[in-house]
Ligand binder design. Structure first.
Ligand code: UD2
Ligand code: MN
Length: 287
């Protein structure tokens, strides 16, 4: 067994670092938006194990974790993964998918779940790049680079809503949907605030944190960075977070004492599945 391990190591050492811009990133693609089952996906991509995909012919430049905050959107999740894997393969990514499910009956807390994904993933491996990804946004161009950079990045610059013909460019200070931060950047901003239960505000809070630490989010080219939004029911605004405007006022003052460093949750289940590491948590915990 040791000999085999040594051999495997040798091969690994001999691998070249993957190219910065791999060949074959042809640009626009069509959406394969039909429902697909988990079993079908597992058969289509047998190389995925424990949620991890790695190139066989080179060593990736970073170890990427894609963290997906989730509650009851199975159809979206599998359509998304079906659209992400071919792109990530072309880009020679070493990527692990983490699905972080909120399994309790309090309003959804997207930002807190992202913090959980960061904290739990660090127990799994030495990830140095994080992409926090909504389940309902499908990348429509192969040149959307699933990478981190010197500054935090925002991906869905243009968005095509279900039923629309053309993508619409998002408002200038948008930081929702999908963002990429290195491990160091996420630690630097103390992650997300945990206080945003229900819809809205949490993405603006993260942008305030990022800008307070003097990062500059680069606006990417909207003709490349465009996404298709999958169909979902309109958010019931009553489920919205009524305090979000008040919370945003204090976002800057709060950031160092409230965030990743104070995230509280209870793990209910961790499942290492072929396509993803599935982590179910309760977030309504009081000490
Ligand atoms: C916008 C933002 C989103 C977030 C949200 C407010 C963009 C493109 N999107 O999305 O990032 O800031 O407003 O919170 O800027 N989810 C579930 N189950 C639920 C509810 C939410 O899994 O019951 C997850 C899922 O990953 C979903 C994401 O949270 O994609 C955002 O929720 P949404 O899609 O309902 O909100 P939306 O489209 O208004
Ligand atoms: Mn959405």
């Amino acid at each position: 067994e040791n000999v085999i391990l040594q051999k495997a190591h040798k091969v690994d050492d001999q691998l070249k670092v993957c190219p910065e811009k791999p060949d074959g990133l042809e640009g626009n693609r069509t959406c394969d938006c039909e429902d697909v089952s988990k079993e079908t996906l597992q058969n289509m991509y047998p190389e995925l194990k424990d949620g991890r995909l790695q190139p066989a012919d080179c060593k990736s430049r970073e170890r990427l974790a894609i963290v997906i905050p989730f509650r009851d959107r199975y159809h979206h999740l599998h359509v998304l993964i079906n659209m992400l894997i071919p792109l990530l393969k072309k880009q020679k990514a070493d990527v692990t998918f983490f699905v972080i499910e909120q399994d309790d009956d309090v309003p959804f807390n997207r930002a807190l779940l992202q913090n959980v994904g960061f904290l739990e993933s660090q127990k799994v491996g030495a990830f140095n790049c994080y992409i926090f990804h909504d389940t309902d946004l499908v990348p429509m161009n192969y040149r959307i680079m699933y990478r981190c950079a010197d500054n935090p990045r925002h991906f869905p610059v243009a968005l095509k809503k279900y039923g629309r013909r053309t993508p619409k460019v998002m408002y200038k200070n948008s930081f929702g949907g999908i963002v990429a931060l290195t491990k160091a950047q996420f630690l630097d901003v103390n992650g997300n605030s945990n206080l945003y239960f229900g819809w809205g505000g949490e993405d603006d809070d993260l942008l305030i944190r990022v800008e307070t630490k003097a990062y500059k989010v680069k606006r990417e080219n909207s003709s490349v960075y465009h996404y298709q939004m999958l169909k979902h029911d309109r958010n019931d605004k009553k489920q919205g977070n009524v305090d979000r405007k008040l919370l945003l006022v204090t976002a800057e003052d709060r950031m160092d004492m409230e965030g990743l460093s104070t995230t509280k949750y209870k793990v209910k289940q961790i499942l290492h599945q072929p396509l993803y590491i599935w982590i179910s948590v309760e977030v309504n915990v009081t000490e």
